[in-house]
Design a protein around this ligand. Sequence first.
Ligand SMILES: [Zn+2]
Length: 472
Amino acid sequence: MIYKGYEAVIGLEVHCELSTASKIFCSCSTAYGGEANSHTCPVCTGMPGALPTLNRKVVEYAITAGLALNCTVNKSSGHDRKNYFYPDLPKGYQISQYDIPLLYDGHLNITDEDGQLLNIGIERIHIEEDAGKLIHRDGETLIDFNRAGVPLIEIVSRPCMHTAEEVKSYLRKLRTILVSTGVSDCKMNEGSMRADINVSVREVGDTSFTTRTEIKNLNSINHAGRAVEYEFKRQVDTILAGGEIVRETRRYDENSGKTFSMRSKEGQRDYRFFADPDLPRLTVSDELICSLAATLPELPDAKIARYCSEYSLSQDDAELIAESPAASEYYNTAVTLTQNKKTLTNLFIGEILPKLGENEPIVSPSHLAEITDLLSAGEINNGTAKLLISRCTAEDGMSPAEIVTRDNLGMIRDKEKIRELLDTAVKELPKAVSDYKNGKKAAIKSIIGRAMAISKGRADPVILNDEAEKIL
Ligand SMILES: [Zn+2]
């Protein structure tokens, strides 16, 4: 992504809500939605004298996320107050972590457009509480505190990305890793994962950092990509027109595809951070770190490597399957139930993967493996395999082999039946027959093709060839 001799320098701050049952400093529910202000108590509405108690599960989920992202755990970190006034923040401050985050110095890998592996550094991950929500309606503003106190991790990347594609790959990979560890559902449409993007520009070859702007609260990966592309060009054009980039917060408008200035960016000093006196320091034992490390599932990179080496998948196919936890769970089960792994993979990618996200009923992994074996053994053809995938879904309980028998879908191997097919083809194509008899041996192909078409592709091709030569 180079424009008029400039490149972009991009870093991301991603907020993810953790999937704990209760909030970070009280026992209120974290369930999404619900009647306004029904998941609240004196702690999360900031009543005077109410004291926070840290939810142990928040720490465990954050460490699990950090370990999956190759971070180091700070065995002693703190809680800090980030002071600012906004109506959705009842205490007048957010409890976050400032100078010492729980996790630091991690990375994840993405593949760029040229197939090169890129290592994206993660500077830090800290835990903090979410704010409430303002609802603007009929000229009034209402406040719902159900979200106030929902636990978040903020994942801060190093400013080492340069293109919109890298930003999108980073977000996709981050989401895959977090969902696969079970610490967050990362539903961007429900706001449980949202990204702030820092963008600056510099001339190609320059290695210094320049003034950056921050685009707030991107709630879709595609919007993030488009916002980066727009903001990058806007900054370059501003500089080339003699203007100056100012440190500011901008918002992305999805209808126009443009970013707009919201406010000048607060400096860290404006927040007057100080250690929260209501909470003790957060200390983490080696035992806890080890036990959490032991529960990590197979992570996407390991999965991709295993798919490539064990099942000979291409890098693209392996990434496609590993990207969705639901897809890889299905595939992992199905692929172990057959020896014909290549055929199963093709059927899975072509027929199953596109339907997985759509809440449609889907053939079970064991039935897919059985269909694969019937296809590989030449009992059915490709078209029948696809038909069986949908029929097995509709007729729960019947196995693919039973459906093949009931609906007469198997390959035709009976010589009598094959001769009948050929007889029909010969009658329909007298010209091909005479061509063949006059020495044009290739004319046999149209007879065979016609017979195969009449059988709807179910005739055994070897027997069909043999019988065609005999008849002619
Ligand atoms: Zn509460």
